[in-house]
Design a protein. Structure first.
Length: 183
C-alpha cells in the first residue's frame, strides 16, 4: 500500500491555512523549515491573466531521491504505507552533509531551519494523527477542501489518476504519490 495526497488546484485560493496549521501542529517556527509550501503560478498579461496555487509538501515518492542521497540512511520509506520518514537523530545535519537530500529532491520537500546544525525535517503525513484515525492536519484545516490524503489506490478511485498540475512536474523516475485536479 502507498499513501499519498490529492490536491484540487481549482479550489485552492492560496490562503496558507494548510501551511499555518502544519506549522502550528508540528511546532515549526521558521519559514525555511515549513513542511508544506504554497506556490503561486502566474502567467499572461492584463487582461488575459492566469493565476493558480500549488500546495505541496513531501510527495512520499515511490522512489524517494532524498533517501537515495542520504549518506547515513536517515531517510527511509515505510514498507507498511510507503510514507517517507526521517530519523532526525541519525541525520548529520545541515553543516555536515551539505543538504544532499534537499539537493536531490525536485519538490523541495526536505527542509532545514537556519541554524548550522539543523537536522532535516519534512512532512510525515501526520503519522501521529493517522495512528488516531485522523486526517493530516493540512487536510483537516483547508477551508476550501482542496486537500485529501489516504491510500493512493483509494484516492485514484475517488479523484482519478491525473498526475500533473500547473507549477508541478511529475517525475516518472521518482513516482510522487500525488493526484491532482489541475486548474
Amino acid at each position: 500500500m502507498q499513501w499519498g495526497f490529492y490536491f484540487d488546484q481549482t479550489r485552492c485560493i492560496g490562503c496558507h491555512t494548510c501551511v499555518i496549521a502544519c506549522n502550528d501542529w508540528h511546532d515549526i517556527e521558521e519559514a525555511s523549515a515549513n513542511w508544506r509550501i504554497i506556490k503561486c503560478v502566474e502567467r499572461g498579461k492584463f487582461p488575459n491573466i492566469f493565476v493558480a496555487y500549488l500546495s505541496n509538501s513531501c510527495n512520499h515518492c515511490s522512489v524517494p531521491s532524498c533517501a537515495l542521497a542520504c549518506p547515513v540512511g536517515a531517510i527511509t520509506k515505510r514498507s507498511e504505507d510507503g510514507i517517507v520518514v526521517v530519523n532526525r537523530e541519525t541525520c548529520l545535519g545541515r553543516g555536515d552533509c551539505k543538504t544532499l537530500c534537499k539537493k536531490a529532491c525536485p519538490y523541495d520537500a526536505p527542509r532545514f531551519a537556519e541554524d548550522v546544525d539543523a537536522k532535516m525535517q519534512k512532512c510525515d503525513l501526520c503519522l501521529s494523527r493517522l495512528k488516531e484515525n485522523k486526517e493530516p492536519i493540512c487536510v483537516e484545516a483547508c477551508p476550501m477542501r482542496a486537500l485529501d490524503a489516504g491510500p493512493l489506490d483509494e484516492l485514484e478511485r475517488k479523484h482519478g489518476k491525473k498526475r500533473d498540475a500547473e507549477g508541478f512536474a511529475y517525475s516518472i523516475k521518482l513516482k510522487p504519490s500525488i493526484i491532482f485536479k489541475s486548474k
